[in-house]
Design a protein around this ligand. Structure first.
Ligand SMILES: [Zn+2]
Length: 95
């Protein structure tokens, strides 16, 4: 029984995500700040019309949501980008 207790304690420690260190997504397009409503596609400066919500289970807690903003033109591109990696959660109109 003591062995199981030890395993349980180790498991509990490992399950806690480390907070306070924002992960800078190396392969992510330019992140838009919360005050900008520009498309998140690199190099695009158009106004965003869509909000893409996503989560990377390897980096984020399951309930965490990252948001990319997208113009009409790049919504499909960004949606495909996230969906092909299994990260996409939701696509919502921005207004
Ligand atoms: Zn765009």
């Amino acid at each position: 029984m003591t062995g199981e207790d030890l395993l349980g304690a180790l498991d509990g420690t490992a399950a806690r995500p480390r907070a306070g260190r924002p992960a800078s997504g190396a392969d992510a397009p330019e992140a838009a700040g919360p005050h900008r409503r520009e498309c998140s596609r690199k190099g695009c400066r158009q106004d965003a019309a869509w909000r893409l919500e996503w989560n990377n289970p390897r980096v984020h807690a399951p309930e965490r949501r990252k948001t990319w903003l997208s113009c009409d033109e790049h919504r499909d591109w960004l949606t495909d980008y996230l969906r092909s990696r299994g990260l996409l959660k939701d696509v919502l109109p921005l207004d």
